[in-house]
Design a protein around this ligand. Structure first.
Ligand code: SAM
Length: 212
């Protein structure tokens, strides 16, 4: 993602009631933040939030938390929420490495990873959101029936991710290398911003679902 530092983005995030300002304090108490007992689904690396907002509108009985590392990117999602608020969404500006400080054991029911950064150098493999190191963080916060859903157009990252699912001791519930031509895996698919861009260029979209 092309990143520009947008002046005032940190201040806007600090002032936004859609953003959880001290997420560590929410650990174990996310249902209280939403004020209901609905399940919590998170997207890590949500970008400008198109996917999360579409999901949240379609599923008012699920609470969504969008996680994004960069203020300038998150600001775009906040601006959309100001124009058209969605009650079952909150955002956190943070690096996903700190996930276990923010969500308690079994507090999350589903994790979405969409078009995650590939970190192509081998020495950076553990930074990939589908590395075994990240699967162990996901294991700590997911509930019993919890699952991870991952989409990408990057075949190399996808192959790596398939291997990491096994190496982490997880099971593969399904996968496809051409989501938009796979009736079963593509059913109900919600497009992300990157997915729209890359599929318009003719790139096949890969998807896997993994659970513990
Ligand atoms: N998911 C969106 C989509 O599919 O349109 C955006 C994809 S963009 C390529 C990846 C996003 O993940 C960027 O906004 C980036 O800042 C964010 N990101 C990457 N690593 C992250 C991390 N460790 N924690 C939180 N966000 C991260």
């Amino acid at each position: 993602m092309r990143l520009r530092n947008i002046p005032g983005s940190r201040e806007a995030i600090a002032a936004s009631s859609w953003c959880i300002q001290e997420p560590e304090e929410a650990k174990g108490g996310w249902k209280g933040i939403f004020g209901n007992e609905n399940p919590i689904h998170i997207e890590i690396g949500m970008g400008k939030g198109q996917f999360l907002m579409r999901l949240a509108k379609a599923n008012p009985h699920i609470n969504y938390v969008g996680i994004e590392k960069y203020s300038s990117v998150l600001l775009r999602a906040l601006q959309k929420m100001e124009e058209s608020p969605i009650e079952n969404i909150r955002f956190i500006r943070m690096d996903a490495e700190d996930l276990c400080q923010v969500f308690g054991e079994g507090e999350v029911s589903r994790i979405y990873l969409n078009f995650s950064d590939p970190w192509p150098k081998d020495r950076h493999a553990k930074r990939r959101l589908t590395s075994r190191q990240f699967f162990s963080r996901y294991q700590a916060i997911l509930d019993r029936g919890g699952a991870v859903e991952f989409k990408t157009d990057n075949a190399g990252l996808f192959d790596f991710s398939l291997e990491e699912v096994g190496a982490a001791g997880w099971k593969l519930d399904g996968f496809t290398r051409d989501l938009h031509h796979d009736a079963a895996m593509g059913k109900g698919n919600v497009m992300t911003e990157y997915e729209e861009r890359f599929s318009a260029m003719g790139n096949p979209i890969h998807k896997l679902i993994a659970s513990r």
